[in-house]
Design a protein around this ligand. Structure first.
Ligand SMILES: Nc1ncnc2c1ncn2[C@@H]1O[C@H](COP(=O)(O)OP(=O)(O)OP(=O)(O)O)[C@@H](O)[C@H]1O
Length: 282
């Protein structure tokens, strides 16, 4: 068993004349829940997409990404058996990545595709134990009543919970969540973050979640990695990210990182030390 689950070394990504990631180094250990914080355009999505091989670093650069002890990419080239590594990584995106026209149940069962023969997934003939696992996963996130609705009929928060159910069925060891709460109301945001935190605490799933709002990082993520202009500018305990430190890191962009009252977040109540580090709500 590898204690290091995510290892990024010298990751560099250039889009045209925009250097989106500049020699990023990152190590995430098994069972961590890490917030990836930064203003718009700081490189959060780009970094997450490199972790699962949806983006490749600059060719010929020193860039190296390994997940669960297996190489994902090196020097801008994807590893040949990246699919095997991806099978253990669940991705949850801001724009709910479900198949709209399919029932929620079938979307959740997609988490089992990696271990089912192709004919079963093509004909949607799922073994009883997989159906049961999907049902239990839907129960766990509290949307089992929506199981046979089309995914498109769910609210944004319910769709994110369906995506979390799919990650459960996938038995993912790593969840990469790219601004999963960006378009949700505060109550739905809280539910989604609580579910991610519970998976992390109860099953030891390693979670890296990019967030716009620092308040949610304080409430749910013990560690924060903060990006600015494609560089890691802070990597450490979220509790040590005072408002002043954020001002130093983000300057005029700081306000963009605060959008909710942390007092409204139950998780924050259990971390009173963090609340003192937060600014008064606007
Ligand atoms: N496919 C692309 N083509 C060109 N430029 C891109 C592409 N993807 C990202 N970029 C640029 O890379 C930089 C980092 O973008 P990224 O989406 O990673 O930021 P982000 O921190 O996730 O932002 P947001 O919070 O707004 O989603 C930005 O300047 C963006 O314009």
């Amino acid at each position: 068993m590898h204690d290091t689950v995510i290892e990024v070394r010298g990751l560099r990504k250039t889009f045209g004349d925009c250097c989106a990631l500049k020699d990023v180094d990152l190590t995430v250990r098994r069972g961590e829940m890490v917030a990836l914080l930064g203003a718009s355009g700081s490189g959060k999505s780009t970094l997450l997409r490199h972790l699962c091989g949806l983006h490749r670093g600059d060719e010929g650069s020193e860039s190296r990404v390994a997940v669960l002890g297996r190489l994902v990419q090196q020097a801008g080239r994807l590893e040949r058996d990246v699919r095997r590594t991806r099978a253990a990584i669940a991705t949850i995106f801001q724009q709910f990545n479900l198949v709209d026209r399919l029932p929620v149940m079938h979307n959740v069962l997609a988490g089992a595709f990696n271990r089912l023969p192709l004919w079963r997934t093509a004909l949607r003939r799922f073994p009883a134990h997989e159906l049961e696992a999907a049902w239990l996963a839907l129960q766990r996130v509290g949307i089992e009543r929506c199981a046979w609705q089309r995914a498109s009929t769910l609210s944004g928060g319910q769709q994110q919970r369906a995506a979390i159910s799919r990650a459960i069925v996938q038995r993912a060891q790593v969840i990469l969540a790219d601004e999963p709460i960006a378009s949700l109301d505060p109550e739905s945001s809280r539910k989604v973050m609580e579910l991610l935190a519970r998976l992390n605490q109860e099953q030891g799933t390693t979670v890296v979640v990019s967030l716009h709002q620092v308040d949610f990082a304080f409430a749910y993520c013990p560690r924060t990695v903060a990006l600015r202009h494609g560089q890691v500018v802070y990597d450490g305990p979220t509790a040590q990210l005072s408002r002043q430190r954020l001002m130093e890191l983000y300057g005029t962009q700081t306000e963009e990182l605060f959008s909710h009252r942390v007092g409204a977040l139950p998780g924050a109540a259990s971390q009173p030390a963090l609340a003192g580090a937060l600014p008064a709500a606007a």
